[in-house]
Design a protein around this ligand. Structure first.
Ligand SMILES: *[C@@H]1O[C@H](CO)[C@@H](O)[C@H](O)[C@H]1NC(C)=O
Ligand SMILES: *[C@@H]1O[C@H](CO)[C@@H](O)[C@H](O)[C@H]1NC(C)=O
Ligand SMILES: *[C@@H]1O[C@H](CO)[C@@H](O)[C@H](O)[C@H]1NC(C)=O
Ligand SMILES: *[C@@H]1O[C@H](CO)[C@@H](O)[C@H](O)[C@H]1NC(C)=O
Ligand SMILES: *[C@@H]1O[C@H](CO)[C@@H](O)[C@H](O)[C@H]1NC(C)=O
Ligand SMILES: *[C@@H]1O[C@H](CO)[C@@H](O)[C@H](O)[C@H]1NC(C)=O
Ligand SMILES: *[C@@H]1O[C@H](CO)[C@@H](O)[C@H](O)[C@H]1NC(C)=O
Length: 479
């Protein structure tokens, strides 16, 4: 993978949904962008996150929590409650010039919240397609330069920030401030919100890097500053909720969208691999829930929970119904989270099956799942990976005295099946695929069953009509 600081998604997407009536809880969902497992204070990071740590310590920390390895897939599952094999988004991300999006027959979480009487708002990065006007509603959307909100995709350049459908120019305002201010404004107006912020390129006002002068690696230092700005923004938003008298009736969800990008300052150590891979470093996510309404504050939850679970969980909290949705892959996890003895209804987790990634090695069997295809599945404590999962090296942060441990199998061009017991071996050191062939066959059969339910993968070519030069210098809908 080429290292470009420009379009790597780095930090935060904020969502926030709330209600005007007093009985139901306000819901805030904060989705941080490219926030690594080893980038939060409570995981032992050298990056300071006092606001996040406090919210997590007095909430429920999720330590067996999974997202998808890259942006669009996580966002699509959060918003639809459905796996990528069921939305056609199995491969890569949605690129700005592709006439593509989360298929509109999938009601989003926001649609279901509004049905349940909530007002909904989103601030920040959307990344689920924008080629049609239907994709814009109550959003301040962008995925661009932090100060100018300008973005180039190959030779097509334009501003990438809109307030609903209206293009807006906030040149000079740092994203974390912009999005925090917007969220605070919405809270003051007693409405509700969703909200994003810091996403690569690595940029941050100088003052946030001051505490990190000891970090010699420039990317890590900048990234640390960005995390501090995000942490401060989140502190400000919680303060505003308190001032508005809404805090004791708010449920705040915090999640990363994928693993940290080790080539852009992020880190997932001791997990293996990073953003974009099917190793734990790509998907084992940072996440917690905080609310004064939780009876089990200060606990750590080790039940299997996935980003697709937020749709039924949050719609359930809102008193909504999954009526009218296509079959969901997520589970309502509210009792798992709020009742300490409760067990997750989720026993399997399809990480993905990507039919468009290049094949690797040889087919192991002719009558089951094709092991050349890039895929991964979790079944209880077990995880199987097939095809080419991406670079699985163990990369410590640049401040560490430990060196990178190179993935021994990545360069072997025929190896294409791995099996791990994630409960016993969360960092994927012991590949058990040779010693447990029966389990491998069983899990390939499960992948085969999932594959039978998959819809065709959609990945259209780029459309020249998308160029901002045809749309007043702004990225926006063109169909
Ligand atoms: C946006 O604002 C900046 C600074 O005020 C200005 O230089 C730039 O021309 C504006 N761009 C557009 C497209 O309005
Ligand atoms: C947080 O609020 C303080 C005090 O109003 C302000 O100085 C700071 O810029 C805000 N930070 C962010 C990231 O919004
Ligand atoms: C939240 O606080 C307000 C004001 O202090 C109080 O009126 C309300 O009953 C509280 N709500 C809950 C759910 O505790
Ligand atoms: C869900 O749909 C069913 C069947 O259409 C209907 O009977 C039920 O009232 C709906 N529930 C809600 C809460 O809308
Ligand atoms: C799969 O089928 C092909 C073509 O019939 C055959 O050459 C190959 O040996 C078979 N592989 C296995 C693992 O049975
Ligand atoms: C998944 O199913 C499709 C359609 O039946 C099939 O063409 C493909 O080979 C299957 N993929 C794997 C990895 O087995
Ligand atoms: C895998 O990543 C490590 C750490 O960045 C790097 O040193 C190694 O060269 C990579 N391996 C391959 C085959 O790209």
């Amino acid at each position: 993978m080429t290292v470009t600081l420009k379009l790597i998604c780095v930090l935060l997407l904020f969502c926030f949904t709330a209600l005007s009536s007093a009985a139901k809880p306000n819901i805030i969902f904060i989705l941080a962008d490219d926030y690594g497992f080893n980038d939060i204070g409570y995981h032992g990071s050298e990056i300071k996150t006092p606001n996040l740590d406090k919210l997590a310590q007095t909430g429920v920390r999720l330590e067996n929590y999974y997202v998808q390895p890259i942006c669009t897939p996580t966002r699509s599952q959060l918003m639809s409650g459905r796996y990528q094999i069921h939305t056609g988004l199995q491969h890569s991300i949605i690129h700005p010039r592709q006439p593509h999006g989360l298929p509109l027959e999938n009601p989003t979480m926001a649609d279901k919240m509004r049905e349940a009487g909530y007002s909904t708002h989103m601030v920040g990065k959307w990344h689920l397609g924008f080629y049609k006007k239907e994709y814009f509603a109550s959003y301040l959307v962008g995925a661009e330069d932090y100060f100018t909100h300008y973005r180039c995709e190959e030779k097509a350049c334009g501003y990438d920030l809109r307030d609903n459908l209206q293009p807006v120019n906030y040149t000079g305002t740092y994203s974390a401030f912009l999005f925090a201010q917007r969220a605070q404004k919405i809270i003051h107006e007693h409405e509700s919100t969703k909200f994003q912020s810091v996403h690569a390129p690595l940029e941050v006002p100088e003052q946030y890097m001051k505490p990190y002068q000891h970090i010699k690696n420039t990317m890590r230092r900048k990234y640390a500053g960005m995390v501090s700005a995000m942490d401060e923004a989140i502190g400000n938003i919680t303060e505003t909720l308190k001032e508005a008298g809404m805090w004791n009736n708010t449920i705040l969800f915090f999640s990363t969208d994928n693993g940290g990008q080790v080539h852009a300052g992020g880190n997932n150590y001791p997990l293996r691999g990073w953003k974009g891979s099917l190793w734990e470093g790509g998907m084992h996510g940072v996440g917690f829930v905080h609310s004064e309404l939780l009876p089990n504050k200060g606990t750590v939850n080790t039940q299997l929970i996935h980003v697709s679970d937020w749709f039924p969980t949050i719609v359930g909290l809102a008193g909504g119904t999954p009526n009218g949705t296509l079959p969901l892959d997520g589970f309502d996890q509210w009792s798992t989270i709020s009742q300490t003895s409760s067990v997750s209804p989720r026993t399997t987790l399809l990480h993905n099956i990507d039919p468009l990634s290049p094949l690797k090695g040889n087919k192991m069997f002719n009558n089951t799942f094709d092991t050349r295809v890039r895929a991964a599945l979790r079944y209880g404590d077990w995880k199987i990976i097939t095809g080419d999962p991406g670079n699985g090296s163990w990369v410590p942060p640049p401040t560490s005295s430990q060196g990178t441990r190179i993935d021994p199998s990545y360069t072997k061009d025929t190896k294409n099946v791995w099996l791990f017991n994630i409960a016993k071996d969360p960092n994927e050191h012991q590949d058990l695929s040779d010693s447990m062939p029966d389990l491998v066959v069983k899990m390939l059969g499960m992948l085969d069953q999932f594959n039978k339910t998959a819809v065709p993968c959609v990945f259209p070519p780029e459309d020249p009509k998308s160029d901002p030069k045809y749309h007043g210098g702004y990225w926006g809908p063109w169909e």
